[in-house]
Ligand binder design. Structure first.
Ligand SMILES: *Cc1c(COP(=O)(O)O)cnc(C)c1O
Length: 374
């Protein structure tokens, strides 16, 4: 990583939105329910370290990660909250989990025995339940047996049990969500019936929190809501969610007037305008901009709307400056955000690009430098 970057294209992440959204979540679930913030995918491209530190300051009680390396970077950045790792690392990583105080997921008796054999001191673990997603997790009827094996191991301690009902993979089926939650509750009951206590019981991601209050249990693990992505909500759980991704900006690296073209024959792909002026920004499809230029693609320059012109290049994009004739090299070009009295919002951008907000977050946040606003 460069200390600072010189390429004049960046995105802006508003960490006060993260704090605000955690405050809204707290107002929904109350003080007794733990909030574990899910930071998968480098906090969806928003940068896990910065989001984790802000979430900790805003009252989150724990963090969850898919990527162990990302979790370790957060520890190194000074995060001290409990951290749960989803099942995406191997027991051979146990020394790193002990060193950085990370909790792995177990699903099977074989997991329990391999984690206990690789652990030197004592590791707190979470048991995952699979109530239909067919990813990791013990099926409800196996839960008590696996939980008992954790408790019987002198190297492991049961920190909690969690599940992740499938809600948004091309189907929207409230009664299936409910059946998956019921499967999870059945697992919890059978573990407790075996005489074991479960400190953390967690089954609510963003979509579930807003529509299934009875699934709050004693902990929730929202990811997308913390970044301000919207979901349907029952009336008493409607809140003002603020997007964390608030800016996508670049600067003109070229501005030229076609009046100076002389005898040059222009490429046929651009519809020439009278007194046309064209600019360039260092941003293109390698950064996640759609390869096919969207219809009505615009950006803001000096508080005015200027059309973007195809074809889109790997790292360059043309902009029609004819209506902003005073624009010059170095001027700000706003693809998301405000310029003067004009604003392009995230939902405008999502409509322009024909891409949902989730995809915008995860593409541009990973390729562009991020500037954090507080
Ligand atoms: C991704 C994930 C979450 C968070 O989901 P959101 O929809 O982003 O709130 C919660 N729990 C588990 C197990 C996950 O994999």
């Amino acid at each position: 990583m460069l200390e600072r970057t010189f390429r004049p294209t960046w995105c802006e992440i508003d960490l006060s939105a993260v704090a605000h959204n955690i405050g809204e979540l707290r107002s929904i679930v109350g003080p007794a329910v733990a909030i574990y913030v899910c930071l998968k995918g480098d906090a969806l491209g928003s940068g896990a370290e910065a989001v984790a530190l802000r979430a900790e300051a805003a009252g989150a009680n724990g963090l969850t990660f898919g990527n162990i390396d990302s979790a370790i970077r957060c520890r190194q950045a000074g995060v001290s909250l409990p951290i749960l790792l989803y099942p995406s690392c191997l027991p051979s990583a146990a020394p790193a989990l002990e060193l950085y105080d990370l909790m792995p997921t177990v699903s099977t008796l074989a997991d329990v025995s391999s984690w206990s054999s690789k652990t030197k001191s004592k590791l707190r673990v979470f048991l995952k339940i699979d109530a239909g997603g067919l990813r990791a997790g013990a099926f409800p009827q196996q839960a008590a047996q696996v939980a008992s094996a954790v408790v019987a191991s002198d190297r492991l301690e049961l920190a909690g049990v969690y599940g992740h009902p499938m809600t948004s993979y091309g189907f929207d089926d409230a009664s299936y969500t409910k059946r998956q939650i019921d499967g999870f509750l059945e697992a919890i009951t059978s573990i407790e019936r075996a005489g074991l206590s479960i400190p953390v019981r967690m089954v609510s991601s963003s979509a579930i929190i807003l529509e299934n209050p009875s699934a709050d249990l004693n902990a929730i693990d929202p990811g997308r809501l913390v970044l301000g992505m919207k979901f349907p909500a029952i009336a008493e759980r409607e809140r003002e969610w603020r997007p964390a991704l608030v800016g996508l900006r670049s600067r003109l690296v070229m501005a030229k007037s076609l009046a100076d073209m002389g005898e040059v024959e222009p490429a046929p792909f651009i519809k020439l305008r009278c007194d046309m002026k064209i600019g360039l920004i260092p941003f293109g499809w390698s950064d996640g901009y759609p390869r096919e230029i969207p219809r009505n693609a615009t950006a803001l320059v000096r508080g005015r709307r200027a059309p973007l012109l195809g074809p889109v290049h790997s790292e360059l994009l043309r902009i029609d400056l004819t209506d902003v004739p005073e624009a010059e090299v170095g001027d700000d070009v706003v693809l998301l955000g405000t310029s003067g009295s004009e604003t392009i919002t995230l939902s405008d951008l999502s409509e322009q690009w024909g891409m949902n907000e989730l995809d915008i977050y995860s593409t541009i946040g990973k390729t562009l430098p991020r500037i954090y606003l507080s």
